[in-house]
Design a protein around this ligand. Structure first.
Ligand code: FAD
Length: 426
């Protein structure tokens, strides 16, 4: 019995490792087209920035580790060009055919292409793979560019702007909408904008096609597109988001074929509908479930609430669930409360922290939230995310027994203060 995994990063290796744990006798083969496996793409901006000195530090495990410690065969430079599902075979670029009994598709995503004049020039980069980061780093070193443009104010664009600015470049951030992080959230955008301006990043909102040619360096970060082509050709169905449709066991419409990570969609627990929110946190969980079930287990993946956090020049910016605008689009009647409080007691150096909560005015159910500030952001957003997972109502959040001691928090935690405010409005 052979489990074949296509893709050797977060989802694929989580699947392989979990399958091995459940079935020591299973033959497990991972095919990865790139030269490296098991690296943390999340660390790439910090490598570009210079905080991480060697790209190799981002690699967690090697193929040798998987062979020796896990009895899993990992082949790099092995690109699958098609899947012949009736024969249960993956076809490699060199014509080799690899048989499988169970298959996990973990092919990830790629940066979305933009139709901007000059996008193919040598000074234009994306920041998606280890190779991308090394090429960008080499360009910074060898060409000493002075002026950079970053296209897209999603989290990768924000992190790229930060990394380039810290390399001493003059940076312009160009965004085709009027908001950051695809939330349609004016206050969150204002906070990020103030931070960027403070660190002298120039901003262009509602701008579609920057003059890439007039900059020394450009980074395109306009979103991701799931790698689904070989799956689709094999008969795997996509969902409404354009990513692979899976059930809660991560199985596709083809029996014995699973999909996980950035190539697949996930159930959004607030809207109750599938969503495409590609993140490493989700990829690892999905991969684990896919691997367990491919090895004969019965695991399920519950879904996501869209929790993410990004560092913008030392300010944590975190989101979960729906913004007011997103909630309205999904048919809710949202109300929101936003407060600014202290991350911990002032006499312990507490910093301002802003918490916004969004709830449905009809049901009083929490729909989402955002948090930003220089410290204490991750703890607060995780409380809100947990509340969303548990479909909590505003009055339940007000009653949460959250930790307090002066070095860590305030006696009324900012999340509780926001919930009290919101309670007056729903
Ligand atoms: P990938 O990591 O894309 O891996 C898929 C692999 O499949 C690739 O190595 C690819 O080469 C291989 N492959 C594709 N097609 C084939 C084929 N036909 N044959 C063989 N191999 C194939 N997430 C967070 O949660 N927090 C963060 O802070 C964060 N920061 C990020 C910062 C950056 C700059 C980037 C780029 C991503 C960040 N992410 C973050 C997202 C996270 O890295 C991804 O969600 C995660 O890597 C997805 O894992 P995956 O295994 O699904 O896909």
């Amino acid at each position: 019995m052979r489990l074949l995994v296509i893709g050797g990063v977060a989802a694929g290796l989580s699947a392989a490792a979990r399958a091995r744990r459940l079935d020591p006798g299973l033959e497990i083969v991972v095919l990865e087209k790139g030269p490296a496996i098991s690296y943390g793409a999340c660390g790439l901006p910090y490598y570009v920035e210079g905080r991480i000195r060697r790209a190799g530090e981002l690699i967690v495990y090697t193929p040798e580790y998987f062979r020796k410690a896990r009895n899993i065969t990992v082949r790099t430079g092995a690109r699958v060009i098609s899947i012949a599902h009736p024969r249960r075979e993956a076809v490699l670029e060199n014509g080799e055919r690899v048989h499988y009994d169970r298959l996990v598709i973990a092919t990830g995503a790629r940066p979305r292409r933009v139709d901007i004049p000059g996008a193919g020039q040598p000074h234009v980069f994306t920041l998606h793979t280890l190779d991308d980061a090394e090429r960008l780093k080499a360009y910074l070193r060898e060409k000493q560019p002075k002026r950079a443009v970053v296209v897209g104010a999603g989290y990768i664009g924000l992190e790229a702007a930060d990394a380039l600015r810290r390399n001493g470049l003059a940076v312009t951030l160009v965004e085709q909408s009027a908001h950051v992080l695809h939330r349609g959230d004016a206050e969150l955008t204002k906070a990020v904008q103030e931070r960027l301006e403070r660190f002298r990043v120039a901003l262009c909102w509602n701008a579609r096609a920057p003059e890439i040619g007039s900059y020394d360096l450009a980074v395109l970060a306009v979103g991701l597109q799931p790698n689904v082509e070989i799956a689709v050709e094999a008969g795997v169905e996509l969902g409404r988001t354009g990513a692979i449709r899976v059930d809660e066991r991560m199985e596709t419409n083809l029996s014995g074929v699973y999909a996980a990570g950035d190539c697949a969609e996930a159930l959004h627990l607030v809207t109750g509908r599938p969503a495409y929110i590609p993140l490493g946190t989700t990829a690892n969980k999905m991969g684990r479930v896919a691997g367990a079930n491919a090895a004969g287990g019965r695991d399920r993946f519950g879904g996501v609430v869209g929790t993410a956090i990004v560092n913008v020049f030392g300010m944590g910016v975190a989101i979960t669930g729906l913004s007011v605008e997103q909630a309205r689009r999904e048919g809710f009647a949202p109300v929101s409360a936003r407060i600014t409080a202290r991350s911990r007691q002032s006499y312990f150096g507490g910093r301002p922290i802003t918490v916004e909560l969004v709830a449905d005015s009809g049901t009083r159910r929490l729909l989402g939230g955002s948090v930003w500030g220089e410290e204490g952001v991750e703890g607060r957003i995780n409380v809100i995310a947990t509340a969303l997972h548990n479909r909590m109502r505003v009055e339940d959040i007000e009653q949460l027994d959250l930790a307090y001691a002066p070095p860590f928090a305030t006696v009324w935690d900012p999340v509780l203060i926001a919930a009290q405010q919101l309670s007056k409005m729903v």
